[in-house]
Design a protein around this ligand. Structure first.
Ligand code: CMX
Length: 141
């Protein structure tokens, strides 16, 4: 059902300031920046071997990530697990009594996504994703 850890997302107030730390200080390379209007976020991806770090900046005050920043400040926002078949995984999880945040998949940065409610996963927001684009290779030598 679950294939791999795809990315760990960090909510930030200022993408440029965060990129200065993650790229210039940590030496990672940002390979992809994109705005996702459906999710009301701008995202930046920095590959780290087989997984990535995703920086998330809200684009609207009325959004989940903006509410998160107001309530908890900057920091770890969610982990994303890649699955082979999102619909089948959601059906299995529903059958096991897991609480999903939406009834149907939404559009994410790399494919279709759905979230599990953090109250049912010991406080961690888990995104499940069926990839539609290949994983960007880590550009570092
Ligand atoms: N970690 C833990 N708990 C969280 C949380 C997080 N990241 N975000 C929200 N919660 C908690 C809230 O504190 C709230 O708890 P209470 O009920 O105790 O107050 C509860 O979950 C509901 O939060 P909400 O924002 O009020 O509820 P919504 O249903 O409007 O939204 C959520 C929930 C998590 C889906 C939304 O806030 C969100 O973060 N959306 C994800 C945006 C995103 O990252 N998209 C991915 C884009 C790119 C990609 O990775 O592909």
């Amino acid at each position: 059902m679950i294939k791999r850890l795809d990315h760990i997302a960090v909510a930030v107030k200022d993408m440029q300031a965060a990129l200065a730390i993650y790229e210039d200080a940590l030496g990672l390379t940002c390979t992809h920046v994109e705005e996702i209007p459906e999710q009301k976020v701008k995202v930046a991806f920095l590959p780290t071997g087989d997984s990535e770090i995703e920086l998330l900046e809200p684009t609207e005050a009325d959004s989940g990530v903006a509410r998160f920043l107001e309530k908890q400040g900057e920091g770890m926002h969610h982990i994303c697990l890649e699955v082979d078949d999102l619909e089948a995984t959601l059906a299995e999880l529903r059958a096991r009594g897991m609480s999903l945040l939406s009834d149907r998949p939404q559009r994410g940065a790399h494919g279709r996504i759905a979230f599990l409610h953090p109250k049912g996963t010991h406080g961690v927001l888990i995104e499940l994703m069926e990839r539609e684009t290949a994983h960007d290779p880590d550009p570092r030598p």
